[in-house]
Ligand binder design. Structure first.
Ligand code: HEM
Ligand code: HEM
Length: 125
């Protein structure tokens, strides 16, 4: 695994480690109020980023060019805004971060849609 596939996958593993520590902290403190932030760190950070990385590894053609790198940047910044944004929204400190993170996360999915379609093999392959 290399290139953008590697970066998606290695950061996904970092997110699941952070997500697990977050989960253990919730269990130990018996305060589950931030569970949606934990859930999305794991599901957008680990599951979705891991899936993106796996796709780019299995279909190397999809990883070519600038677009997958832009995808990685947008997905990363989106997650970095989304998770603290959920914390902020739960704690009634405003929803701006969560909105920005949500928007970038959707844009990242749209870019991924484009890279998947772009990498479609011709009918004769
Ligand atoms: C060491 C590992 C983990 C620990 C200790 C942990 C702990 C927790 C705790 C205490 C909650 C709150 C439960 C509640 O209040 O109902 C929770 C919720 C949740 N966790 Fe984890 N978690 C871990 C890993 C993961 C992973 C790897 C994922 C996903 C890939 C995940 C997904 C979720 C989801 C989706 C929820 C929200 C469930 C709901 O709202 O019904 N967790 N977790
Ligand atoms: C733009 C991206 C996303 C936004 C804005 C978003 C938003 C939300 C919101 C508002 C909730 C309700 C939380 C609550 O009841 O307190 C929720 C719950 C949930 N979402 Fe997402 N979500 C996103 C992406 C995803 C993705 C990609 C997954 C799975 C791969 C996912 C899995 C879940 C699950 C399992 C729950 C229920 C657990 C919980 O209540 O914490 N979400 N999401």
């Amino acid at each position: 695994m290399r290139g953008v596939a590697f970066w998606f996958f290695v950061t996904a593993v970092l997110y699941v480690i952070a997500g697990m520590l977050f989960g253990i902290h919730m269990s130990v403190s018996q305060d589950h109020s931030l569970a949606p932030a934990h859930a999305h760190l794991n599901l957008v950070g680990w599951v979705s980023m891991g899936l993106f990385g796996t796709y780019y590894h299995v279909v190397p053609k999809a990883a070519e060019g600038l677009l997958p790198k832009i995808h990685f940047a947008v997905a990363t910044v989106g997650l970095w805004l989304l998770v603290p944004g959920i914390v902020s929204a739960i704690q009634d400190n405003g929803e701006t971060l969560a909105k920005a993170g949500s928007l970038l996360t959707v844009v990242s999915a749209l870019i991924f849609l484009a890279t998947v379609i772009r990498s479609r093999a011709p009918a004769w392959q």
